[in-house]
Design a protein around this ligand. Structure first.
Ligand code: MG
Length: 268
């Protein structure tokens, strides 16, 4: 009997709780409460000064007669190759310096690379295809600029010279096709302005963030913040071995490509 009484009381309590819950849910919010719940409208800004930010003030930079920014590192100013060494044996770079403040790939001497290592950078360089239009496809005016010794932005005489699209001038070699072909004829100087963001790796060597390239060729956007998939390989897929900062490299692809006015700004 006692047990039955307990059960009766328990059921009664559960029933009352449910009824209370229902009542709470059904309660309507009156107008006063509605006003209280509404977000307070933000104060209208009428003074233009309230949205002005004055600090930090960007540092003012200047430009020299070659239009090099004062906070850039000049990698080639036309008179010396002292920022560069041979990639194959670290001896002095053996490419030819010309009297007009340009330099030319000396075929067979090999790639050259900066003595210093870099992370993320903005790079400016100017190049001109060989004086004599010779060869086809990848064989005409081929060179290249590599970042951290692994990621190539192709340099090629791509003026009226068809090759695979992910291997023409300004391609991220075998990874990204340029948006347009902005390459000028071989008798004209061409500019590359490249923003390179380096990939990041954790302490276990796993890539945690992909690198990226933005490339402007002769003033035209041709690579718009594209993801670097790994090293730019001639054969096979990209590789993602961990690494830190590395040199900037120019390629000797057996074609006498000319260079001038190379500078870099470090972004990290
Ligand atoms: Mg190349």
């Amino acid at each position: 009997m006692k047990k039955l009484l307990y059960l009766f009381f328990a059921l009664n309590i559960i029933f009352s709780c449910n009824e209370q819950k229902k009542e709470m849910t059904n309660t309507t919010v009156d107008d006063t409460q509605k006003e209280e719940l509404a977000p307070t409208p933000e104060k209208e800004i009428t003074d233009p000064k309230e949205t002005e930010v004055w600090d930090p003030e960007p540092k003012a930079i200047s430009f020299n007669d070659m239009n090099v920014p004062s906070d850039a590192i000049q990698l080639f100013n036309g008179t010396s190759l002292n920022q560069w060494i041979s990639t194959k044996d670290s001896t002095a770079a053996a490419w030819t310096i010309n009297s007009d403040k340009t330099m030319t790939v000396k075929p067979g001497t090999g790639d050259i690379q900066t003595k210093n290592n870099f992370g993320s950078v903005q790079l400016h360089l100017e190049w001109k295809a060989p004086d004599l239009v010779k060869g086809e496809g990848q064989g005409r005016g081929n060179s290249g600029v590599f970042f951290q010794n692994k990621y190539e932005v192709q340099i090629l005489d791509s003026y009226q010279n068809r090759t695979y699209a992910n291997g023409q001038a300004t391609s991220i070699y075998k990874q990204h096709i340029p948006l347009v072909n902005a390459t000028k004829p071989n008798d004209q100087w061409q500019t590359y302005d490249i923003i390179f963001h380096a990939p990041e790796f954790d302490t276990d060597g796993k890539k945690t963030k992909s690198g990226s390239f933005t490339v402007i060729h002769n003033g035209v956007l041709v690579q718009d913040h594209v993801e670097i998939l790994g090293s730019t390989e001639y054969i096979g897929p990209p590789k993602n071995e961990p690494h830190g900062k590395g040199p900037i490299k120019l390629q000797d692809h057996s074609n006498p490509v000319h260079y001038r006015n190379i500078w870099v700004r470090e972004l990290d």
